[in-house]
Structures are given as structure tokens and as C-alpha cells.
Write a protein that binds this ligand. Structure first.
Ligand code: ATP
Ligand code: MG
Length: 564
């Protein structure tokens, strides 16, 4: 139960608001919607200014604050009996402003129903398939508080348990200001936060995420905070608790996502540990988590492409890494995927940002792969996300090309899986300054060696630069090639000439050989002729030949005459 001081404050608030209502209800009805808008804006403006109160005194202070707010002409919308048509019957009561004023704080607490929304069962089907409904029902049941249907009294007990006194004061204050009229039940309870379904003016649905103030230590989350420059001045600035900082971070990150066009809940209002945001769902049906959505293979394929593009946008435009992205933090609604739970998302500068990104890639890939979608390797997905050189209008082409590649290679080979697991565990330098063996790597790049294990090539933009260099080199080598081709041609021509000359030579050789043979033959013939001639001459000479004996006789006779 609330402390007596708080009760007094709340009673006081009720009295004041009651009398204001009696005087003004007609006027208020007319200007209601205008005021709501004005009030919403005003509340938004106040968000940053509000100091966190951690003691009971400050809770009372909060309550007194409400009294002040009455003068500001805001906060009447909750008087209007604007119950939405599909509200839960029986498990909580709407209190008219004319209710008896005894125990008036119940007027607020009875509008907060923190037990699970189990009455969703059997309610209007809003166009989801049976499997989706079953999945939601299962999910809601599993995650809900209590797990059994509760009575009014038990509801209040659950409220007491689930929402601490200080948080209740924040919620009352919001209700008083018309941020919402009712909290209808709990959509989910987690270790660190509960998410509730709320309604305003009958038809507007809201999700309210309440960070548990009892969680003093965010064990899993310390790693996300350490190294985030937004926490450089420590966790407890201005006496704010870690929980509040966490809630603020979620709001800030959601705003960034929204600005970049990523599907996610729009944050409306943050007060201390309570974040009011857009409800993803319809007619009290919260959108199922991707895990529970039981989508067809075609829808899963579409979902895969949608989520990897969102991951890229988150990195490139929001300069964030989700850090806990999986089928548990993605909702499926009206054919699209919505990213939620971004309180732990970190800036690029976070020393572990790339480790978180690889984890996100692994979780997302594993889910889709398990459900039969042909996915990129972790390395390919990581590169797709961090590659700043892909222009927006080139994304489709890039993904189509990737799709062709995936289909062509079929199932991921063992080698690829091993390469992926090495990749997931490796250190990735974010900038060239972080590269350890830069000179060695440069040598490898220069010599066109295999650079597959240089994981930083894409994120540093070096891959793109290299591909440009390579293609310009290829071009120049292509022109060179063409000159080489022409050189080749000329060489060929020369060769041909050489061949020709060779042929000539050959021919020469041949002719020489022929000549040689001819000459030989001619010489032979000449010799023959000569011989013949000589023979002829000799024959002729023989005809006229004077015999040697006759010659000798003549010689002797001539000598004898001379001597006479
Ligand atoms: N805006 C929303 N609209 C509809 N449902 C929501 C919304 N935000 C959260 N939920 C539901 O609440 C669940 C928990 O939300 P969220 O993941 O933000 O909190 P959490 O702190 O991570 O809780 P948990 O520890 O259970 O993961 C989601 O899985 C989703 O089903
Ligand atoms: Mg979550």
C-alpha cells in the first residue's frame, strides 16, 4: 500500500481535480482535443527538466506537483468517459469522476491493471492467422506475471508487486495529465522491464515500458555502457539512477531509428523510469515477436532482406549497433518487421561496437537460416552493413547480385562455415590506425596476394579504394593489352615477316639445296661433258698422233742429218 503521506497527496489531487471538473466539464469537452495536443507537447518539453526523486518526500513532491499542474490548465482528459470499445470487462473498473471520494487513490490504481492480458484469448481476430494467434497467446502466457486469471483484488495485489510505489506515482501523474486513461494489462515482463498496454481516449493504444527500479545492477548491460561516450561522465549524473539513464537511452535511440526511417515504436514520453511509446499492434493485440510469428518461407525471405537493410541503416545513418538484435527483439506487424528494445544500442565509437554487430549478424542469420532462408555468410552480412561505399540506389543491385551468389553456391560449405567462425572471433580494426601489421598487409595488397583475412578492408573503405585501383589498373593494362595486342600483331607481323624470311631462308635453303644439287648435277654433267670432250679431243688427237717410235726415228734422222 502507499505510504500515508502519498495517500494524502493523492487524495488532495483528486479533490482538486474533482472540483475543477465540476466547474468546467462543458468547456473541457469542447477544447479537449486541443488541450490534449497542447498538454502532450508541454509534457514532452518538460521531459528533460524533470529531476529524479528517489525518496518518499519527493514522491509527495510529485503529487504536489500535480496540484500545481492543475493551474496550468492541463490534464483534464482523463475525466472523459472515453472507454475504448474493446476494453476488458470485469477485471477492472472505470471510475466516473462522480465516484465517492473515499479512498480516492484507488481511482488511479484501479485503472492500472498489471496482470497479463489473458483475456485476449478468444477475442476478436484482427486478421492474423491462427498460428500467429496461438503463438501470441503462448508468448503472452509464458511471459506474463502470475500466469493465472486474477480477480480485481488480486489485480491490485499484482499492481502492488509489479509496479513500485515511485513508479506508480509517475503513472498516476501521467494519467492525471491525460497521457493515457487506462493500463489494461501487461504485455511482457522481463528481468529489467515490464511492458504494459495502455489506452487513451478510447481508441489510441500505447505501450508503456517500465524499467524496474528494483534492478540495481544491470549485469548484462554494463558492457554496453562502458565505453559509450554518452556515459563518459559516469552512470549516476544528477543523482539519476542507472535505470533512468537506461530508459533515456532507449528513448534517444528510438528517436534516431525513427528519424532514419527504420520501423520501430515512436517514443512519446519519458518520465524517470517510464517510457510511453507507440503500441505495435492493433485492437489490444500486440504484434508477435519474430520468433512467434510463424511466417511462411516467402514472408521470411522478405523479412530477411528488410531486416538486413534496417541493420545497415541503423549502422550507416543512426551510427548505432543494436547489440541485442534477434528474433526476440523484432516484432512482426502488418507484413513488416519492427525493431524494439534499443536501450543497449551503442555508438560506433564504442570499443566493442563491431563485436556486438557481429553477434547481431550471427543471431539474425541463425534465425533465418534455421527457417530455410538462404542467407549470406556472417562476413558477407557484416560487410554489407559496414560498407559505406554502397550508394542507397545501388542497394537493390547489390542485394540481387548477392542473391545470385548465394543461390549459385548452394548450401554454405564447411570451409565457409569455418571461415565465418574465424571471422566472428577475430579482431577487426575499425580504422587504418588500428591495423597492427600495416606494412606487411600493404605488401600483401601490393603483390595482389590473397587478402581475404584482412577483415578491415571493407569497413575502412580500403576494399573499394583497392577495387578502384584494380579496375583502373585493369583498364590501363587493358589499353596496354590492346597496345600489347597491336604489339603482338606487329610482333606477329614481324614474326610473320620473320616466318616469311624464315620461309625465304627456308626457300633459299631449299633453292640453295636445289641449286646445290643442280650445280652438283650440272658439275657432274659438265665433268661428263668435259670428259667426253677430252675423250673426243684425245680421240681426234690420236687420229693425228705420231707414234713415239716414229717420233724417235724422226728425231734420230734429224740429228743424223745435222751431223752430216
Ligand atoms: N511498442 C511495443 N508494442 C507492442 N509490444 C511491445 C512494444 N514494446 C515491447 N513490446 C513487447 O514487450 C516485450 C518486451 O519488450 P522489450 O524487449 O523492449 O523489453 P525487455 O527489457 O527486453 O524485456 P525482456 O527482458 O523480456 O526482453 C517485447 O518482446 C514485445 O513483445
Ligand atoms: Mg527484449
Amino acid at each position: 500500500m502507499a505510504a500515508s503521506g502519498t495517500e494524502e497527496a493523492v487524495c488532495l489531487i483528486s479533490n482538486v481535480t474533482h472540483s475543477l471538473m465540476e466547474n468546467d466539464v462543458e468547456n473541457k469537452l469542447n477544447v479537449h482535443s486541443e488541450q490534449q495536443q497542447h498538454q502532450q507537447d508541454e509534457i514532452e518539453d518538460e521531459v528533460e527538466d524533470e529531476e529524479v526523486s528517489s525518496s518518499l518526500d519527493s514522491e509527495i513532491g510529485d503529487a504536489l506537483d500535480l496540484l500545481d499542474s492543475k493551474d496550468e490548465d492541463v490534464g483534464y482528459s482523463f475525466f472523459l468517459n472515453s472507454r475504448r470499445p474493446n476494453s476488458h470487462g470485469g477485471h477492472h473498473h472505470y471510475f466516473s469522476t462522480l465516484q465517492p471520494r473515499t479512498n480516492r487513490n484507488q481511482r488511479f490504481s484501479n485503472r492500472i491493471r498489471a496482470s497479463p492480458l489473458e483475456e485476449w484469448e478468444g477475442r476478436m481476430n484482427v486478421g492474423m492467422s491462427n498460428s500467429v494467434i496461438t503463438a501470441i497467446r503462448g508468448s503472452v502466457r509464458e511471459s506474463a506475471i502470475g500466469k493465472t486469471k486474477t480477480t480485481d483484488k488480486a489485480d491490485r495485489a499484482t499492481v502492488e508487486q509489479a509496479i513500485d510505489q515511485r513508479t506508480r506515482m509517475v503513472l498516476y501523474k501521467m494519467m492525471n495529465r491525460g497521457v493515457f486513461d487506462d493500463i489494461n494489462g501487461c504485455i511482457s515482463t522481463g528481468k529489467e522491464a515490464n511492458v504494459y498496454h495502455a489506452t487513451k481516449s478510447g481508441d489510441q493504444e500505447l505501450a508503456i515500458k517500465v524499467y524496474k527500479t528494483s534492478v540495481l545492477e544491470f549485469k548484462d548491460r554494463a558492457r554496453f555502457v562502458q565505453g559509450d561516450f554518452r556515459f563518459r561522465n559516469g552512470y549516476c549524473k544528477h543523482n539519476k539512477t542507472m535505470v533512468e539513464i537506461w530508459a533515456k537511452k532507449e528513448r534517444g535511440n528510438l528517436m534516431r531509428l525513427k528519424a532514419a526511417g527504420i520501423r520501430c515504436p515512436t517514443p512519446y514520453l519519458l518520465r524517470q523510469n517510464v517510457l510511453v511509446m507507440e503500441f505495435i499492434g492493433k485492437s489490444d493485440w500486440a504484434a508477435p515477436r519474430l520468433k512467434d510469428a510463424a511466417l511462411s518461407l516467402d514472408k521470411l525471405r522478405e523479412g530477411y532482406v528488410e531486416i538486413i537493410i534496417a541493420m545497415r541503416t541503423l549502422y550507416q545513418k543512426c551510427k548505432l549497433v543494436h547489440g541485442d538484435l534477434s528474433e526476440y527483439n523484432i516484432l512482426y506487424y502488418e507484413g513488416h518487421l519492427y525493431i524494439i528494445d534499443v536501450s543497449q544500442a551503442v555508438e560506433h565509437e564504442h570499443p566493442h561496437a563491431l563485436d556486438f554487430l557481429r553477434e547481431d549478424c550471427v543471431h539474425v542469420s541463425d534465425f533465418f537460416k534455421k527457417h530455410g532462408v538462404a542467407v549470406m555468410t556472417i562476413r558477407e552480412l557484416f560487410d554489407f552493413i559496414v560498407d559505406a561505399t554502397i550508394a542507397d540506389d545501388a542497394l537493390d543491385g547489390y542485394l540481387e547480385e548477392m542473391q545470385r551468389k548465394i543461390l549459385a553456391r548452394g548450401d554454405v560449405s564447411v570451409e565457409d562455415e569455418i571461415a565465418d567462425s574465424v571471422f566472428v572471433q577475430s579482431f577487426i580494426p575499425k580504422t587504418l590506425d588500428d591495423v597492427e601489421n600495416a606494412e606487411e598487409d600493404v605488401q600483401r595488397i601490393r603483390s595482389w596476394k590473397d587478402t581475404k583475412d584482412l577483415y578491415y578492408l571493407t569497413i575502412t573503405g580500403l576494399k573499394h579504394a583497392l577495387s578502384l585501383t584494380r579496375s583502373s589498373q585493369q583498364k590501363s593494362s587493358a589499353t596496354k593489352d590492346s597496345s600489347i595486342i597491336s604489339d603482338d600483331k606487329s610482333e606477329n607481323l614481324e614474326d610473320d615477316a620473320e616466318v616469311e624470311s624464315d620461309d625465304d631462308e627456308e626457300e633459299d635453303g631449299e633453292s640453295e639445296a636445289l641449286d646445290h644439287a643442280d650445280k652438283k648435277a650440272a658439275r657432274k654433267e659438265g665433268r661428263k661433258d668435259n670428259k667426253k670432250k677430252v675423250k673426243e679431243e684425245k680421240r681426234e688427237a690420236r687420229k693425228t698422233k705420231v707414234r713415239k717410235a716414229v717420233k724417235k726415228r724422226k728425231k734420230k734422222l734429224g740429228k743424223a742429218r745435222k751431223t752430216r
